[in-house]
Ligand binder design. Structure first.
Ligand code: UDP
Length: 342
């Protein structure tokens, strides 16, 4: 792929996807290539996987750079131009944040800062800057008890001795940086606050609940429900999420704004465990595990987390379409399950 020209031969866009080999990033890459864009993926493969980009090996419109985003954008200089930058590279998963707090905090702030400075430097050179999407998280709301969470709501965090909130703080700093670049130089930036996103390629090793429950049921083990299982979440399939990201970045009405992104249909975690078992034809029952054993003493979980979707619906007409049972079946199929196993 040529490195200098903007807009590919196909007439599509030239896109940079940091974290493009990760769970959400790789689905976005699929979508961008499908619609005819050229894509540069930057991923340090700390959690991303080359296998997530399987099927595109011979596609000359895809280039994969193994690097931290900050190093990669420094190397781009003025010769590499993009229409769109999707910054999805981050340390993810509450479990990982608790296990590796320093690396996670520093990564999340440093990488976002570098990507935004890179985009802003294009404007400083009087080039048209790329539009930038910054991936944030519903964690930013912290432990507010309001439901649903709306973008202008207060963010409520626990004490700094409770490590869990460090992730929320890093994502909040990323949002401040993005909005400040927009305010200072008019950089076209949009912030997406992802709520619980699920689907094929998500792995359970960083603590995410759905792949853990599916892996447990497929192995004939009881899904481990933390706490009493009455806490609720809203799960949205990544294949609903990925196509909306280009629509957000391409809508000037979205620039300089923050958007919730996910499903607003709630389920308790105990019901989720039962749904996984039922969908995969198992009668295995969940087991309850106290939070201090699951995470660490003093761990504070969120009782509920549900997005107000009015803003994203109004801006780009977003509506999730894939139901949770289908997501469960599709994820299980990627782990060798078939409906005839029931
Ligand atoms: N959870 C669980 N069992 C697991 C992993 C997570 O019961 O194996 C719970 C977790 O405590 C939380 C919910 O499921 O209440 C969602 O956890 P996840 O880490 O997926 O997302 P988040 O807490 O960020 O919403």
């Amino acid at each position: 792929m040529s490195s200098g020209a903007r807009s590919g031969k196909s007439g599509g866009k030239r896109c940079l996807v940091t974290g493009g080999a990760g769970f959400i990033g790789s689905h976005l890459v699929d979508h961008l290539l499908d619609r005819g864009d050229e894509v540069v993926v930057v991923d340090n493969f700390s959690t991303g996987k080359r296998s997530n980009l399987r099927g595109h090996e011979n596609d000359t419109r895809l280039r994969v750079i193994e690097s931290d985003a900050s190093d990669a954008v420094q190397g781009f200089g003025s010769h590499e131009r993009f229409d769109q930058v999707y910054h999805l590279a981050a340390a993810v998963g509450v479990k990982r944040i608790i296990e590796q707090p320093i690396e996670s905090i520093e990564t999340n702030i440093r990488e976002t800062s570098a990507v935004l400075h890179y985009a802003a430097s294009c404007a400083a050179r009087r080039e048209t800057p790329p539009a930038v999407l910054i991936a944030s998280s519903s964690e930013v709301y912290g432990k507010g008890s309001k439901s649903p969470f709306s973008e202008e709501d207060d963010c409520v965090y626990g004490p700094t001795t409770a490590l869990r909130w460090s992730y929320a703080c890093t994502k909040a700093i990323d949002e401040y940086l993005a909005l400040a670049h927009h305010a200072r130089s008019g950089l076209p930036v949009v912030v997406a606050r992802f709520f619980n996103t699920v689907g094929p390629r998500q792995v359970g090793e960083y603590g995410m609940v759905l792949p853990n429950f599916i892996d447990a049921v497929l192995a004939g083990r009881s899904p481990e429900v933390y706490g009493d299982g009455t806490q609720t979440r809203c799960f949205c399939d990544v294949r609903d999420i990925a196509p909306v990201l280009p629509r957000m970045i391409e809508s000037s009405a979205c620039h300089g704004r923050v958007f919730n992104l996910g499903s607003d249909s709630s389920i308790s975690i105990a019901d989720l465990a039962r749904l996984v078992a039922r969908t995969l034809g198992s009668d295995i029952q969940p087991v309850l595990i106290p939070y201090d054993r699951a995470y660490a003493p003093g761990f504070e979980d969120l009782r509920q987390r549900r997005p107000d979707l009015r803003r994203i619906r109004g801006a780009v007409g977003f509506e999730p379409t894939i139901d949770l049972a289908r997501t469960i079946r599709d994820v299980a199929r990627t782990r060798g399950w078939s409906a005839s196993d029931q």
